[in-house]
Design a protein around this ligand. Structure first.
Ligand SMILES: *Cc1c(COP(=O)(O)O)cnc(C)c1O
Length: 373
């Protein structure tokens, strides 16, 4: 690990692993195109560098949540296809057109706004249509798809580049809603003029070829997340280490941290590391009497959390770690070989998506290029 003497925490992003994961997902998708979902700064890993690496690996289509994110992707990928999942608002059409960014239209009203903009602009610009097949979050409900199907003028005003929907339970392969959504998706698709279709997210890719259609939208699994319970995740992309800023000894019976929630049961050597909830290490990862918190690893030695997670600091029990190893300035692995993003999430009572997207902007970032692998 390259060590900058001023760094207090390091977020290492392995673009080689990202690219390897992309290739694996693309292979799983068979003849379907594998698009990459790079919203939320590529799930916290850094969108620009991620997109550059993915472009080199051959990815041509990207999905983001907002227009601002799309603009950033456009600077890295001049010719790529970019979709904005949250769609567009009336008045923002010129901004989309200028940068050749495609909105994902999620209601009939939005379709009408886009069609009106395209007529005014004088060009049938491409957009995706998102239909709701049972998640009740975004998308045209069935009756709106039917209505749209009956309005050829509206459909002729823009280019229907993609028809898509989103699965609510793809991570549970046996969930009956998957099959229900698939059936609904096929029925809705048949109502509209023929165009490429997309239903699967990362987990959906593993539901089998019937879910792949023309394009799959890979997100979490690209970044090393465990997309489906029971299936091994792909390569880890993210690693997080923090430095020990102080080591000290405390007596049995003393408390540690805010709220004095943990009372030491033995003479304890404590390492305080420079990482906290402001770095995305959730407070639920703290320890108290009767509840374990996160575990850090120092050269492979376990160092369990003691007491609450503070904004910038976490206290670890290093009593059983050899003194020469648990020393001021040493690095402690919080996410890495011993603890995956999903492990940490499970311990925090959340999902890996939240852990990834919460990770610190304060940590110094080390990006391992795909060529370093
Ligand atoms: C976020 C998102 C994805 C990617 O999902 P993952 O589970 O991260 O693979 C795909 N499609 C839509 C509509 C999304 O919002």
């Amino acid at each position: 690990m390259p060590i900058d003497p001023t760094a207090t925490s390091l977020l290492t992003i392995d673009l080689g692993a990202l690219v390897a994961n992309y290739r694996t997902l693309r292979d799983h998708a068979g003849s379907s195109e594998c698009a990459c979902v790079v919203k939320a700064d590529a799930y916290g890993t850094g969108a620009k560098a991620a997109v550059r690496a993915l472009l080199q690996a051959g990815c041509e289509s990207y999905f983001v949540a907002t227009f601002g994110e799309a603009e950033i992707i456009r600077t890295a990928a001049r010719d790529a296809t970019i979709y904005v999942l949250d769609g567009f608002f009336a008045g923002s059409g010129p901004a989309f057109a200028e940068q050749a960014i495609r909105p994902v239209l999620s209601s009939l009203a939005e379709v009408k706004d886009w069609a009106a903009f395209c007529r005014e602009y004088g060009s049938a610009l491409p957009a995706a249509i998102h239909a709701d097949t049972g998640m009740n979050r975004l998308g045209l409900p069935r009756r709106e798809v039917e209505q749209l199907a009956g309005e050829p003028d509206l459909l002729a005003s823009f280019k229907l580049a993609l028809f898509m929907s989103h699965l609510a339970c793809a991570d549970e392969a046996d969930h009956p809603l998957n099959e229900t959504q698939l059936t609904a998706f096929e029925a809705l698709r048949a109502m509209l003029p023929e165009c490429p279709a997309s239903l699967a997210n990362s987990a959906g890719i593993f539901l089998g070829a019937r879910y792949h259609f023309d394009l799959v939208r890979a997100g979490f699994a690209l970044y090393g997340g465990k997309a489906i319970a029971g299936r091994e995740p792909l390569n880890a992309v993210v690693r997080l280490d923090a430095r020990i800023v102080q080591i000290h000894d405390a007596r049995s019976g003393e408390s540690v941290g805010y709220g004095a929630q943990q009372i030491l049961q033995r003479p304890t050597r404590i390492a305080t590391i420079s990482l906290g909830y402001a770095d995305g290490i959730l407070r639920s990862l703290g320890a108290r009497e009767g509840k374990n918190g996160l575990t850090g690893y120092i050269e492979g030695h376990e160092a369990p959390a003691l007491g609450r997670v503070s904004m910038d600091l976490i206290t670890l029990d290093v009593t059983d770690v050899p003194e020469g190893i648990a020393r001021r300035g040493a690095w402690v692995e919080i996410i890495g070989e011993h603890v995956s993003v999903d492990d940490l999430a499970q311990q925090a009572g959340t999902i890996g998506y939240e852990v990834l997207t919460s990770l610190s902007r304060r940590a110094q970032r080390v990006t391992l290029g795909p060529e370093d692998k």
